[in-house]
Design a protein around this ligand. Structure first.
Ligand code: NAP
Length: 284
């Protein structure tokens, strides 16, 4: 029977540490600010933005919300990013994805100053991650690594399988596991023998975007099963990429959805924003 990895509890630890450090900076007259930009009316994005603002309040950061209409042009959005790049009160800039189709997401990501890129999506930060010399890590994979570390799950020499190769989850996830000396296999929609590959994993990370995709025959007895997926079912409920109930007996560790990786992502965003403020103020 699996031990549940409680993302709410672990994220609360991370946020408590961030708050402690933020309070110390405040005592030195340094305040920390996160700008959150949302374009359009995507209801899921609205929920994420609200959660991010709530987390800022919890850790004592200022949050600046820019809610722009759907018809905002790319040039208008780029002008806002440029303004935030130069705003001293803003340590981190987060542009909530996805953006409306008429806006080129890469152009916007590339416009964010790398030292304020708290999502770590800018090519400069991606390159730093690749060579293992980084200030910021992308929040979701960093959250997974934090969960593994705080749960005492060893990665060194372990066989890890990541299902999904997106730039924001799958690829950086694989890279972070590699940096921690895991042997990593990345699977995607063209992978042959997916079930067989997954069933050999000591740590299986699912970032597919398909509800209940991971079934017990894909899980090694005692494996740590990390569910990044956030899928909205027809009944409105949130569901992960892992068939949680079916895999529970076989897994050694498992993350629930909700209450698993999701809260970790936000906690790591707070940590990245703190890091940005520390870099700006030359604080180690
Ligand atoms: P994405 O960009 O759509 O990538 C999905 C990946 O899954 C792709 O690499 C795709 O392969 C692969 N895939 C799809 N069908 C497959 C199949 N049948 N077999 C093997 N691989 C398959 O999604 P994403 O942005 O990485 O997000 C993945 C999930 O995580 C989503 O549910 C998303 O909502 C969730 N998410 C959660 C958080 C959080 O904070 N918890 C953060 C970000 C994302 P190809 O590359 O070959 O198409």
């Amino acid at each position: 029977m699996a031990k549940i990895i409680d993302g709410k509890a672990i994220s609360a630890n991370v946020k408590a540490q961030v708050k402690e450090e933020a309070d110390k900076l405040k005592a030195q007259g340094i305040s920390i600010g996160l700008a959150v930009v949302i374009v359009g009316n995507n209801p899921a994005s609205r929920v994420y933005v609200n959660n991010k603002k709530k987390a800022c309040a919890e850790v004592g950061f200022e949050s600046f919300e820019y809610a722009l209409p759907e018809e905002t042009t790319q040039d208008e959005l780029l002008a806002l990013v440029e303004k935030l790049n130069g705003d001293d009160k803003v340590n981190g800039i987060l542009v909530q994805l996805p953006l409306p189709k008429h806006i080129d997401e890469n152009a916007v990501i590339n416009a964010i100053r790398p030292d304020k890129d708290v999502d770590a999506f800018h090519p400069a930060n991606v390159g730093h991650i690749m060579i293992g010399d980084f200030s910021f890590l992308p929040c979701t994979p960093a959250g997974v690594m934090e969960m593994l570390a705080q749960t005492g799950i060893e990665t060194d020499g372990k066989n890890c399988v990541v299902i999904g190769r997106s730039n924001i989850v799958g690829k950086p996830m694989a890279m972070l596991l590699l940096h921690k000396n895991a042997t990593v296999t990345i699977c995607h929609s063209h992978t042959k023998n997916l079930k067989e590959i997954c069933s050999k994993a000591d740590i299986l990370v699912a970032a597919v975007g398909k509800a209940k995709f991971v079934t017990p025959d894909m899980v090694k007895e005692g494996a740590a099963v990390i569910d990044v997926g956030m899928n909205r079912l027809e009944n409105g409920k949130l569901c992960g990429d892992v068939d949680y109930d079916a895999c529970f007996e076989k897994a050694g560790y498992i993350t629930p959805v909700p209450g698993g990786v999701g809260p970790m992502t936000i906690a790591m965003l707070m940590k990245n924003t703190l890091t940005s403020a520390k870099i700006k103020n030359n604080i180690k």
